[in-house]
Design a protein around this ligand. Structure first.
Ligand code: JB2
Length: 214
């Protein structure tokens, strides 16, 4: 029997990403204590488990007032929205959710509020800042740095020593070559192969990656 959680954990968001975060919590033996979403009928509210009812809707995203004994995980996939909501929440009450089937190297450094999905790899001496998402089967190789709130999407691979700036998105199945730096708020399209550094706010697609015009 897994140990009982020290604190109830609520999810901020109730859509697709929240479903995945809730599944990971359940895989760790924890039941989500509820969720906040502007839509009271969001999908998480129908996500039952064999042993548990669906998480309860607790309120909207504006003005979340968390009791001090409650912990939260941002479970919204939209990066600007995550950033806005994170700014309204108490830092010290954020928790990370790491799927039971992720590999996380003991030598890695991990901030708070992270989500690390099933079959994800966070390798030797990798450095993850707060609220980053390392999604299903993503690979963050040795000595990478993933900035605050950045999202490494399912199946994306960062070679060794890659730097990903805050609030950047490395899309589904994208590849970033070793040593490359991705600037803040960049969007790397699905399947892209990034060979060279990207400045802040770049948007790239294709193989090899090419910039989209504004
Ligand atoms: O301003 C808003 C907003 N306010 C509340 N913009 C957006 N996009 N969503 C808002 N919400 C709530 O966030 C919605 O009521 C809804 O319940 C939730 C978004 O759910 P959705 O399933 O559309 O997306 P998601 O953010 O949970 O997941 C996205 O990102 C994941 C990383 C999806 O693209 C997933 O496929 C992806 N895996």
């Amino acid at each position: 029997m897994p140990p009982a959680p020290a604190f109830p954990v609520v999810l901020i968001g109730g859509g697709g990403h929240a479903l995945v975060v809730a599944e990971a919590l359940r895989a760790a033996g924890l039941e989500p204590a509820g969720f906040y979403d502007d839509n009271p009928l969001a999908r998480l509210g129908r996500f039952t488990a064999a042993h548990a009812p669906a998480p309860r809707h607790l309120g909207t995203l504006a003005g979340i007032d968390l009791p001090p004994d409650v912990r939260y995980i941002l479970a919204l996939g939209d990066l600007p929205l995550r950033r806005r909501v994170a700014a309204t929440l108490p830092y010290e009450q954020a928790v990370s959710v790491v799927h039971a089937e992720a590999f996380v190297a003991p030598s890695s450094r991990r901030g708070v509020g992270l989500f690390i999905g099933p079959r994800a790899v966070v390798h030797t001496l990798a450095d993850l800042d707060d609220h980053a998402i390392i999604n299903t089967a993503a690979v963050v190789e040795h000595e990478c740095h993933v900035g605050e709130g950045a999202h490494i999407a399912p199946g994306a691979v960062l070679g060794g020593n890659v730097r990903v700036g805050p609030h950047a998105l490395v899309g589904l199945g994208a590849r970033v070559l070793p040593g490359v730096s991705i600037g803040a708020r960049c969007v790397v399209g699905a399947g892209c192969v990034v060979l060279r550094d990207l400045p802040d706010d770049a948007r790239v697609v294709g193989v090899p990656a090419r910039h989209l015009s504004k």
